[in-house]
Design a protein around this ligand. Structure first.
Ligand code: F3S
Length: 399
């Protein structure tokens, strides 16, 4: 691939080993995917944070990079870690795991990366403008950035996104190019959608479309248009059962007008309410009552937390409840009194982590209740636990 004179110097090690190592990764990725050159990025979002997923080898890699003086060149945020970084003791996270986790996050901090630890960076200020090039690696956030914000990123791996952040560039291929942003499947949804329907829809379509680009025509009336919360659930599910990085929703997502020009020639996939019910059933592998209900996949918005607080107000929970979110959203939740209401009912607003990347299998839970198709997909494989998928109001048990 073509490198500019400056990029060549970075590649040859003139700016030190951290940049050299990172350029090697970017050039290798560019060669594999046939990029002609690099493109400058304005934002990075880096996965590979939980000690559960990167282990000792990942920790050593990050400590080496930090020791070599690696510094990010663009605003960069982190994906969820394996523990609540401030409250891991109170929430009974395993001590040894938590200590390793803190070391990982410290290495990232030393490199200048905001330790926001969230998969919804777009809710906490990492909001790249339409048309900008970025390197994000959390698959649900990639989907949101491409589809809802109209920014441009491939589904980066953790090391690819970190290297891009350190060098300020990424190989220019895939979703960075106009020609790869058009739809190749028309999804006609024949029933209005609500709540966890969006996750079920995403899961169903992701399986069919694989790494394609679906274009959704919805039945919802104008006043029931999908919200930010619905779109984040849809993208997360599309990206977990398939490898979707970009979708369009008619009249809602920013590139849907251009995409519409291509829709007539596309293969059609009709979706009925029976398809969604069937998907919901298949995602629940247990019919037992969950001992832990875990909401916030992707991380909960303030509005989602407010709805939970409203239902729990003055009540007591029979099962345990985690509402996973970022520390920034929790700060707002604290101020609004939502956290206190949830805690009084016996639940927790848990920061920095989630039901998939936390070591919940070591914390005594057996059956996890989730309202996210992505979480329902990963909890059995990543945690080895049974899962129930439903709207959260059906999962919590109140005294
Ligand atoms: Fe986020 Fe964890 Fe779900 S990283 S998208 S809450 S699996």
């Amino acid at each position: 691939m073509h490198l500019t004179r400056e990029e060549e110097k970075m590649y040859q090690g003139e700016y030190g080993p951290a940049i050299e190592k990172s350029m090697e990764i970017l050039v290798a990725l560019g060669d594999i995917y046939g990029a002609e050159g690099m493109v400058e990025i304005v934002s990075a979002q880096i996965s590979g944070v939980s000690y559960k997923t990167i282990g000792e080898a990942g920790l050593e890699y990050l400590e080496d990079l930090a020791r070599e003086g690696a510094q990010v060149k663009v605003p960069s945020t982190l994906n969820p870690a394996g523990v609540d970084l401030d409250n891991w003791k109170d929430l009974n996270f395993p001590r040894e795991f938590a200590q390793k986790q803190l070391q990982i996050v410290e290495s990232y901090r030393e490199m200048g990366i905001s330790t926001t630890c969230t998969c919804t960076p777009y809710l906490v200020g990492n909001v790249p403008p339409i048309g900008s090039h970025i390197a994000w690696s959390e698959s649900s956030a990639v989907c949101y950035a491409n589809s809802v914000l109209g920014a441009r990123t491939n589904r980066e791996g953790g090391p690819g996104a970190l290297s891009a952040a350190i060098c300020g560039i990424t190989p220019n291929y895939g979703y960075h190019l106009d020609e790869n942003r058009f739809p190749n499947l028309l999804v006609e949804v024949e029933t209005p959608l609500n709540g966890s329907d969006y996750g079920a829809l995403g899961y169903f379509v992701g399986k069919t479309v694989g790494d394609g680009v679906p274009y959704f025509k919805l039945k919802n009336k104008l006043q029931d248009r999908p919200t930010v919360n619905d779109l984040k659930a849809l993208g997360a599910a599309l990206a977990s059962s398939g490898a979707v990085a970009l979708y369009h929703v008619e009249n809602i997502t920013p590139e849907s007008k251009d995409a519409l020009l291509h829709v007539d020639k596309l293969e059609k996939l009709p979706i009925t309410s029976e398809d969604l019910d069937e998907t919901r059933k298949n995602l629940s592998i247990s019919d037992e009552k969950p001992d832990l209900v875990c909401l916030g996949c992707p991380h909960a918005s303030l509005e989602e937390i407010s709805r939970v607080a409203k239902i729990l107000s003055g009540k007591k929970l029979e099962n345990q409840l985690w509402v996973c979110t970022s520390i920034s959203v929790k700060a707002a939740s604290d101020r609004m009194g939502y956290t206190e209401t949830i805690e009084k009912a016996g639940g927790h607003v848990v920061c920095d982590t989630c039901m998939v990347v936390a070591p919940i299998e070591e914390m005594g839970f057996k059956v996890i209740g989730v309202d996210s198709a992505k979480a329902a997909n990963y909890v059995p494989s990543m945690c080895g636990l049974d899962v129930v998928f439903d709207d959260w109001e059906n999962l919590i048990a109140l005294k």
